[in-house]
Ligand binder design. Sequence first.
Ligand code: HOC
Length: 381
Amino acid sequence: MAQPLTIEDLRILAKRRVPRMFYDYADSGAWTEGTYRANETDFTGIKLRQRVAVDMTNRTLASTMVGQPVAMPVALAPTGLTGMQHADGEILAARAASKAGVPFTLSTMSICSLEDIANHVGKPFWFQLYVMKDRDFIARLIQRAKGAGVTALVLTLDLQILGQRHKDIRNGLSAPPKPTIANLINLATKPRWCLGMLDTPRRSFGNIVGHAKGVGDLSSLSSWTAEQFDPALSWDDVKWIKDLWGGKLILKGILDPEDAEMAAKSGADALIVSNHGGRQLDGALSSIAALPAIVEQVGGRMEILFDGGIRSGQDVIKALALGAHGTFIGRAFLYGLGAMGEEGVTRCLDIIRKELDITMALCGLRDVRDVDGRILVGGKG
Ligand code: HOC
């Protein structure tokens, strides 16, 4: 393929290069995948106002997210098993994010550990926390995040139990892949991926390895999460984690205004409107459809961030216009990573930046912090 020009170009390349089990893990949703698809398609109905004869020189995309400076209001989302899209995936993505001046968020369920990343990442460096039943382990993980220089904690609230993803079950998702005939045949078609993995120090669920029996070799995603993740997670736990962490706290996975109200009352600095990439409750609203009611409910009281379905800089600006202060990209950077490693993540961020910049200018604005509902057809400032 010629130079990838769009996130879709990166997706096609990643699909060719990443073993099916891991490509599907990233690029799938729960059950019918209806919410997963709506996350993307619901953006298309939002129309932008084209403006002319306004000064479009000296534009800036610089902003802040939870008070931390960012080169553009786009962070890399926490994504599980990122190091299986490409060897050392989390390190490469962290480096690309740092070079681009945007936050990198490491998932609890990463392959590389907090400590592996600490030497490769600039600021902002964020860590996403899943709450497991073993609270001593969570307390230790929070201390490790502090030690690694993490500047904000992203607490995920929408995965107390795992949504069912048919593709993962059919593929027998495990990390590393089990040596079945089907897996070996598929791996033989991905020589670049295999060589990368052979060439890299064996890393394995660095944040949780040693904690739970069987981790280091995740033989069954669903049984492991059912055993470890805490289905009894409550707002009291949010308070406990907030006090233990003591720094910037972002609550991820809010889709309903009543939960947004609880999030605001918890004293967290920000929330992320998210349905976990359509991977949890199929049939839930798309993130972009859910955003306006949440902005209406708590917009003046905490920072609203957005995650779900962003595949272009135009999607970023639409989320900002609907009231988000900043956005996250997940699959978009994973496609870049699977396609071309660090260079692919850089390419993804370049694509998003350029699309965001040009769109902002053609909507008649020069500063991304001025984006609001006035750039939308029928929108209000
Ligand atoms: C091994 C993964 O956010 C996802 C991730 C993490 C899920 C927990 C277990 O797949 O949606």
